[in-house]
Design a protein around this ligand. Structure first.
Ligand code: ZN
Length: 508
């Protein structure tokens, strides 16, 4: 079953031009209609003025921005920013280790076997960033996947109302030794049989909200710097075709206070945390947990991990090392070396702009067919599949987030397991100084293989674990690229035509 997708776009942009003119400083502060303003805005007032003088598209673009400002008036109390927005960062972490007695996430062959202990605790770590009135929350958890769609709605609503945080990216490290978080409080969906897991899932959004609010409370003027190193620490586990693609980028973003004291480092790397046997029924963060420990040992600072496009990537321990602890230690020492070499600086022009795109892709698997549900229920376990299939019955509900930080760093996330060439190609086509990709974020729609990977077939590319329509990942990366250039004011946003799916989608 193939169907073209429709998508919903929410664009949150900082109207610093408005702030300069004494107008409301940010569309993100406006509740309701203006939040969905379809006009993009330049990230910098000087840029917008210069571009307006230079080209007609820029004039249209600026007019669009002004219209968005006008729309904002009357829908929200004006918020006045300081002349120069400051850049701030705050970090917090929270132990989210579940009680034992829950089904574990990741390996089908465990079915509903319950966890029996803890190898090492599971954590969620958050950094909140602020530029003027705009805030971004990035969260890395030791869970198998990002929160469910229903959880994300709760989380977003509260962060928006309680802390003015519009941009939220919450990822799972994809540890296969975390808990199942999908079960819900209904007969057949988990209630009665897996009450411990249902309770954990109920409490998880609140825990993540508290964590992010704690990071928000730690906001302080900050400096940042980015360090990138290509490493040979992952390998392609899917293809037999040469050359076997990998994503070698190990990216480290270091946040320091203005006096140079460390706040945290963010690590972005792509490799499956599947280094512990499935039959071991104990919680573990897998290699990212060992990585955090090594970074703390080397540098004495906090770190957070955002998994990359690991759909076809496994860990590749160097010769003489094996197991999640040794591999995590190797990775952590690499991170520490990169972090030491980074010179942080106060951003010259702080800004946070972003966009959420929600797609409903066609599915190659018919989740409305009860026999399909039975088959998946046998492969995993029925209660998990009932919850999962419920999300997929109307199509594959993928989410793409694109955030541009300080006009220089693109942070792109997708709700599933993306093959590495999606990320490699996005980075190749993005001319920003830095582009990072996070998988397993804000939902989970299984694998997004590349088109050529589907042509080869195999695990991760075939429909059973990759129901999404052919080419979905490419469509998302194209959208991310358009977002990057519209958010930085380098191309005008495409006009919104009020007809067909797009209209119905944007008005819901
Ligand atoms: Zn996986």
């Amino acid at each position: 079953m193939m169907a073209s997708h429709r998508f919903v776009t929410e664009q949150f942009t900082a109207l610093h031009a408005g702030a300069t003119a004494g107008l409301p400083s940010s569309a993100t502060r406006a509740k309701g209609t203006a939040r969905r303003a379809s006009c993009g805005t330049p990230r910098r007032p000087l840029d917008s003025a210069r571009r307006a003088a230079e080209s007609f598209p820029a004039l249209v673009f600026t007019a669009c921005a002004l219209l968005a400002v006008v729309l904002t008036i009357g829908t929200a109390a004006p918020v006045f920013a300081a002349d120069e927005p400051t850049f701030e960062a705050g970090f917090a972490k929270q132990d989210i280790t579940p009680p034992v007695g829950m089904p574990m996430w990741g390996y089908g062959d465990r079915h509903a076997d319950l966890s029996e202990g803890v190898l090492d605790p599971l954590w969620a770590r958050a950094v909140v960033l602020r530029a003027g009135d705009d805030k971004l929350a990035l969260v890395g958890t030791d869970l198998g996947r990002g929160p469910t769609i229903a959880m994300m709605e709760v989380i977003r609503d509260r962060l928006r109302s309680e802390a003015g945080i519009e941009h939220v990216i919450i990822s799972g490290s994809h540890s296969h030794h975390g808990p199942v978080i999908e079960l819900t409080d209904r007969p057949g969906y988990g209630a009665g049989k897996f009450d411990v897991a249902v309770q954990y899932a109920k409490e998880l959004p609140g825990k993540l909200i508290d964590l992010i609010l704690a990071a928000d409370a730690q906001l302080q003027p900050a400096r940042l710097g980015v360090g990138i190193k290509n490493v040979a620490l992952n390998r392609n586990r899917h293809t037999k075709r040469q050359p076997k693609s990998t994503e070698p980028m190990l990216a480290v973003v270091r946040f320091d206070a203005t006096d140079g004291s460390p706040i945290c480092v963010l690590v972005n790397f792509a490799a499956h945390p599947t280094m512990i046997e499935s039959k071991i029924l104990k919680y573990s963060a897998d290699y990212p947990g060992a990585m955090h420990k090594a970074i703390a040992d080397e540098l004495g600072i906090e770190s957070m991990f955002m998994q990359g496009a690991a759909g076809d990537q496994s860990a590749n321990p160097p010769q003489g090392t094996s197991g999640h602890e040794q591999f995590g230690a190797v990775l952590g020492r690499e991170v520490a070396e990169i972090a030491r070499s980074i010179e942080t600086a106060v951003p010259a022009e702080p800004s946070i702009v972003g966009q959420v795109d929600r797609f409903t892709f066609g599915s190659r698997i018919d989740f409305n067919n009860p026999w399909i549900e039975v088959a998946y229920g046998r492969a995993f376990f029925p209660e998990l599949i009932k919850n999962f299939a419920e999300e997929m019955k109307g199509g594959v509900p993928a989410e793409l987030n694109t955030v541009v930080l300080n006009g220089e760093i693109a942070l792109v996330s997708g709700s599933g397991e993306y093959f590495c060439n999606h990320s490699n190609r996005l980075k190749e086509r993005s001319y920003l100084p830095h582009t990072l990709f996070f998988g397993y974020a804000n939902g989970h729609n299984l694998y997004f293989p590349t088109i050529e990977a589907v042509s080869e077939g195999g695990y991760g590319a075939d429909p059973p674990v990759s129901p999404v329509e052919l080419g979905a990942g490419e469509q998302m990366m194209n959208q991310a690229l358009i977002n990057i250039y519209t958010l930085t004011g380098q191309i005008a946003p495409p006009p919104r035509v009020p007809s067909g799916d797009a209209a119905s989608a944007t008005s819901d």
